[in-house]
Ligand binder design. Structure first.
Ligand SMILES: Nc1ncnc2c1ncn2[C@@H]1O[C@H](COP(=O)(O)OP(=O)(O)OP(=O)(O)O)[C@@H](O)[C@H]1O
Ligand SMILES: [Mg+2]
Length: 512
């Protein structure tokens, strides 16, 4: 340990320096790599039975986006429960969460060295450091005492970072808005570290804990619903209901009753009193999804509620006071709808007091890689596979694609690729290569989309069915963009019945 002492001193000094947490964590891992001569290491945050990587060294780039449930990973579970460093026997048959994920290595992690350092603060587990090496005797020369020093330094480093975040966020009075805080069931976790996502997170944090109405806009599949739940979770209403209403799925005849409720006998079939969504969301949040689809008549009624804070059940003369916060979402450009006379200007202004734009995936840089890791781990669990690796060529391909269907499309693409790989190889170690992805490098620009139909099919001998599917999908995507993302107009342009287009688009995974 003598030769490495200086490095540990440096780590201890780093703790008090002005480095960002990320830099500090990375420095810690590169020091560990240097000192212990390991092939891979990771610093993980522990929360609600999940480990989330905060920094990695020597691991594939998508690992940062993965979330490891301890119930799914016996090694991580052992580390979480141990209370002290864990040395796994080199021939341990417990699967390693990083099997196949050591950067630039095809090797499987069969016989290898693996150490887990739980990071504790006041006897509470806050994270872990994992250290792997291909050489099965690599860590024999280090004593437990030495490893505990690393553990202590890493704990302090992580604990300091968490405290700093808390302090920085105190002005917002809300501890939920930390970028380290990650939800237990992943319901609100938004994966992504790009500038566009940081900006989005900052906007969410700015408005969450106010009473303002929020209008969430953005293309299909960008995560608008996720943003809505984040807003609710981070608000003072988080203990109350978040009530969801999809305005597009509401037949005119029941919409009013859904929103405002009715009293017995108000109309044929109203056999008892019934609360509407507004009342269910009293003191909580009402999420009006696809608000652009609301009829003009209901827009007028909604405006009234926003102005006076009370509602009337159908068939009832009494007014009921409600304290409901409205969050609305749409993938339409509402200002255009206003111009066309399809959306009331006054309602638009009320709703868009605080507009939040959710950026398309193609503007989120390397977040694609993190999301690939995130969904790959989910697919692995779903398929009961031991490991899942995405080759660097596949990562490049996925990063070059333009993702018109955004995160939802990426989720489907990964899940389909995993199923395909599983079916082809009957192997529980899945490897996703470009061949498993039915997307094309060329799709990044408009120009290439048009070229693609003649060139790429020739170079790529696929069966007729998938070639036809691909051609149809591309034509639909292109027309959809040309028609300003309006499905009805796309159907007209392609001379298809709207219903048939919807079904076709669904089958081709272009929409849900
Ligand atoms: N940053 C993210 N990290 C992880 N998962 C995400 C992220 N953003 C979106 N998702 C997932 O992608 C899918 C689509 O997201 P969501 O339903 O919120 O999109 P949307 O904008 O409401 O789409 P639409 O306009 O079609 O209704 C969901 O399964 C959601 O959980
Ligand atoms: Mg949605």
């Amino acid at each position: 340990m003598k030769n490495i002492k200086d490095e540990w001193v440096q780590i201890a000094l780093d703790l008090t320096s002005g480095l960002s947490s990320r830099d500090r964590f990375e420095r810690l891992l590169s020091t560990i790599r240097h000192a212990l001569k390991c092939d891979a290491s990771a610093l993980l945050l522990f929360k609600n039975q999940y480990f989330s990587p905060l920094a990695t060294n020597g691991l594939d780039s998508d690992v940062i986006g993965r979330r490891f449930a301890i119930s799914q990973h016996p090694r991580l579970e052992a580390i979480a429960r141990a209370g002290d460093i864990v040395r796994f026997p080199s021939d341990s048959d417990l699967p390693d969460p990083y099997d196949g994920l050591i950067a630039n290595e095809e090797r499987q992690l069969q016989v290898h060295s693996c150490i887990g350092l739980p990071l504790m603060v006041n006897e509470r587990l806050i994270g872990a450091v994992t250290i792997d090496a291909f050489d099965p005797t690599q860590f024999d020369k280090f004593t437990n005492k030495e490893l505990r020093i690393i553990s202590a330094l890493a704990s302090t480093s992580l604990h300091t970072a968490l405290l700093m975040e808390k302090l920085e966020n105190q002005s917002g009075e809300n501890s939920n808005n930390s970028s380290f805080e990650r939800s237990s069931d992943n319901s609100v976790e938004m994966i992504g570290e790009s500038l566009a996502m940081q900006e989005l997170q900052a906007n969410i944090n700015a408005v969450a804990n106010t009473e303002l109405s929020v209008l969430i806009t953005g293309e299909t599949g960008v995560g608008k619903e996720l943003v809505a739940s984040a807003l609710h979770q981070r608000s003072s209403r988080s203990q109350q209901n978040l009530v969801y209403l999809n305005c597009a799925a509401l037949p005119e005849s029941v919409a009013e009753s859904e929103l405002f409720g009715h009293v017995k006998g108000a109309f044929t079939g109203a056999i008892s009193n019934r609360k509407g969504k507004f009342e269910s969301a009293d003191n909580g949040t009402l999420f009006l999804d696809e608000i652009g689809e609301l009829s003009l008549a209901l827009q007028a009624k909604l405006l009234r509620v926003l102005q006076y804070g009370d509602i009337q059940r159908i068939g009832d003369d009494n007014h009921i006071k409600v304290n409901t916060r409205i969050i609305a979402a749409t993938n339409k450009t509402l200002s255009d709808e206003v111009k066309n006379g399809d959306f009331r200007a006054d309602l638009y202004h009320r709703l868009s007091v605080f507009p939040i734009f959710v950026p398309p995936l193609r503007e989120r840089g390397n977040d694609v890689t993190l999301l690939v890791g995130y969904f790959a781990e989910k697919s692995r669990i779903k398929l009961g596979a031991t490991s899942i690796r995405i080759t660097p060529e596949a990562i490049t391909l996925l990063n070059e694609y333009s993702w018109p269907g955004n995160i939802r499309e990426l989720e489907h693409v990964i899940s389909r690729a995993a199923v395909l790989s599983r079916a082809q190889h009957y192997d529980s170690d899945l490897v996703l290569t470009p061949a498993h992805f039915l997307i094309k490098k060329e799709e990044k620009t408009e120009k290439n989309i048009t070229h693609q139909t003649d060139d790429s099919q020739a170079e790529n001998t696929k069966d007729l069915r998938s070639a036809t599917d691909e051609f149809q999908a591309n034509l639909i995507k292109k027309t959809y963009q040309e028609q300003h993302q309006n499905w009805a107009a796309t159907a007209r342009a392609l001379q298809l019945d709207t219903g048939n287009l919807h079904r076709l688009a669904k089958r081709l995974n272009l929409k849900d």
